[in-house]
Design a binder for this molecule. Structure first.
Ligand code: ZN
Ligand code: ZN
Length: 366
């Protein structure tokens, strides 16, 4: 039997014909990187290849590394294997990685979503024989509302908090979600303040996109000045002493995992906005169908349930099975929570076929 074009090893997804890894999680010589989140762009590789919009992000995170930036659709050949990067729509500079060798085409999605968020280059369908897809939110309970609705609700929430003399503290992952929020917040409501992690990453991305003015909350920032305005902070800032400066405040989180009402309660967050940079259930199915792929390999989140469902639809589908090691994907807040919930609550969730999910999974915030 001939070797598959891409294999799953204890270092990551490996293309033996080119001697290249895709998003490896252990140090390798040559790595093609889908995007800047920590579980995809790890430290220690000798050479990094990624989309040029991801270069400043990876350099900001990893310092002085050897990195090459490519254009969308630009073909580069390594040992006769053709590679190209295509928009994944997940965050700025996020790519799907297309691999072609001897007439066979594989696509690795990295993380992705289909909706155009007005910031990341919109997702592009890439035809392939084998599709390696993430399925972080691969349950029918996950159905996203259009971004415009969610953003309107966020701006209304901010305006009403302001009318009540309260500060709005909105949590979003510092790379990706925070900038998506900044991009769409209505600065006519008030001033936008940021936590240091959000401010630093946004400054890295300012040359690539338009963002409203922000002000870093510093030691000398006055409590009275913040009042009634909005503060964008990473989820880790919740429960820290840093947040005391915002009193009186109300909190909200913008994430796909907010679809689980239990997740919001557990974290004592006042309001949840379901806004994800990953595909929802119909999005995953639509993406898979559009590729024309016969073979589908599922990574991240509900891989077992999701690949079983795909099998019932007639796909040759399987969860990612690494050789000689466990898969260590998922360092983004959304992914950690989704995976934790997958472990916690899969037992309560019936098969995704027809009946829909039970328990907390059924409650999608609207
Ligand atoms: Zn990601
Ligand atoms: Zn990821």
């Amino acid at each position: 039997m001939k070797k598959p074009l891409l294999q799953f090893t204890d270092r990551g997804i490996y293309c033996a014909a080119a001697n290249v890894y895709l998003d490896p999680w252990k140090p390798v010589d040559k790595a093609i990187i889908s995007h800047g989140h920590a579980d995809h762009s790890r430290w220690g590789h000798k050479q990094y290849i990624t989309h040029h919009r991801n270069v400043p992000i990876v350099k900001h995170r990893l310092g002085d590394i050897s990195i090459t930036g490519k254009e969308w659709g630009e073909t580069f050949t390594i040992n006769g294997v053709k590679f190209s990067l295509h928009p994944a729509g997940h965050i700025i500079g996020s790519s799907q990685i297309r691999v072609e060798h001897k007439g066979e085409v594989w696509v690795f999605t990295g993380d992705y979503k289909l909706e155009d968020d007005g910031l990341a280059t919109p997702y592009e369908t890439v035809k392939c024989h084998t599709f390696i897809t993430e399925c972080t939110f691969g349950l029918p309970a996950f159905l996203w509302e259009p971004q415009e609705q969610v953003i309107n609700a966020i701006n209304e929430w901010w305006a009403s908090n302001k009318a009540n003399g309260q500060t709005s503290v909105l949590f979003g992952y510092s790379l990706g979600k925070a900038q998506r929020l900044l991009r769409h917040l209505d600065p006519s409501i008030g001033k936008i303040y940021t936590h240091g992690a959000v401010e630093n990453m946004t400054n890295v991305l300012r040359p690539l996109a338009d963002f409203p003015e922000t002000e870093l909350i510093a030691r000398d920032t006055k409590k009275e000045d913040i009042r009634g305005n909005i503060v964008i902070a990473p989820p880790s800032a919740h429960g820290s002493t840093w947040i005391r400066k915002m009193v009186p405040f109300v909190t909200a989180s913008a994430s796909g995992w907010m679809a689980f009402r239990g997740a919001r309660r557990r974290r004592a967050i006042d309001k949840g906005f379901v806004l994800s940079d990953h595909c929802d259930w119909p999005g995953l199915l639509e993406a898979i169908r559009s590729t024309g792929a016969e073979k589908v390999i599922c990574t991240h989140g509900y891989t077992e349930i999701f690949s079983k469902y795909l099998q019932e639809l007639g796909y040759d589908a399987s969860p990612l099975a690494p050789k000689g090691g466990t898969v260590q994907l998922g360092e983004e807040e959304e992914e950690i929570i989704a995976q934790t919930l997958a472990k916690d609550e899969t037992t309560q969730l019936p098969s995704p076929v027809g009946r829909g999910a039970g328990g907390e999974g059924k409650e999608v915030n609207t």
